[in-house]
Write a new protein. Structure first.
Length: 249
């Protein structure tokens, strides 16, 4: 085990951990595939994550997030943008790390909630030959991630920060939201600092915007995350053409 990579390393049955992947395999082969498709599992504690020790894994598919929450930060000139990642996402955090950048970029990873990842290295590749549906599903995960990034880019181009945050919360709700009697709960404990990076805004501005949204009864913090009331903002529905365009990627 590489020092600094994780506090524990085991093996996991990938298809038992990820029901979405399992469902792509024909029912008559699913049990067999579940037993065969195993991978190393790494556990990342909350905090900063230095992904550089993973460069030796570049020959495989990448890392599949089984559970937990991570954020990828990229900044230039003291301003940062961020991408939120969770269960089901496929990562290659070493990709491009050694390339010479034409801009002075600062980047890094942070684990917001303890995460477990399956290491889909070269030893996992033969499973794709036996169960080719898995390859298509994993490629689909990568394309879905690019679609989400396209929507995020459209959101941060909104002029008002309160509108950005309102749209961002509903965008996150489309993936993580749970409908309840008092609204839609987004069970993500996101700090104002993280929200500022996701919304491409200053933290004090985000705090003021959240206060305004709470005053309007649209978004309120709870112990498990955030609760959204009412309907998604009209601007978010207007982003549907953006999502449709990314389907051609």
């Amino acid at each position: 085990m590489s020092p600094g990579l994780t506090s524990r390393e085991d093996r996991c049955r990938v298809l038992e951990e990820d029901a979405g992947l399992a469902e792509t395999v024909p029912a008559e082969l699913r049990e067999q595939a579940s037993e065969e498709c195993t991978a190393r599992e790494i556990v990342l504690p909350a905090g900063r994550w230095r992904s550089s020790p993973l460069v030796g894994l570049s020959g495989g598919l990448g890392l599949l997030v089984l559970d937990g929450l991570l954020v990828r930060r990229v900044g230039i000139g003291g301003r940062f943008g961020a991408e939120l990642l969770g269960d089901g996402d496929l990562l290659r955090p070493w990709e491009g790390e050694e390339e010479t950048q034409t801009l002075p970029l600062a980047s890094g990873w942070r684990v917001l909630e303890r995460a477990r990842l399956a290491v889909l290295d070269e030893s996992f590749l033969p499973h794709l030959g036996r169960y080719p549906q898995l390859a298509g599903a994993l490629v689909g995960r990568a394309v879905s991630r690019s679609r989400c990034m396209a929507v995020n880019m459209a959101i941060v181009h909104q002029a008002r920060v309160d509108v950005r945050l309102h749209m961002l919360f509903w965008h996150l709700a489309s993936r993580w939201g749970k409908v309840g009697s008092d609204g839609v709960t987004v069970p993500l404990r996101l700090t104002h600092a993280v929200l500022a990076e996701l919304a491409a805004a200053r933290r004090p501005t985000v705090t003021s915007a959240l206060t305004a949204l709470a005053g309007e009864g649209l978004v309120r913090p709870v112990e498990s995350g955030w609760v959204l009331a009412g309907d998604p903002p009209g601007q978010l529905r207007e982003l549907a053409p953006v999502v449709a365009t990314t389907r051609t990627l």
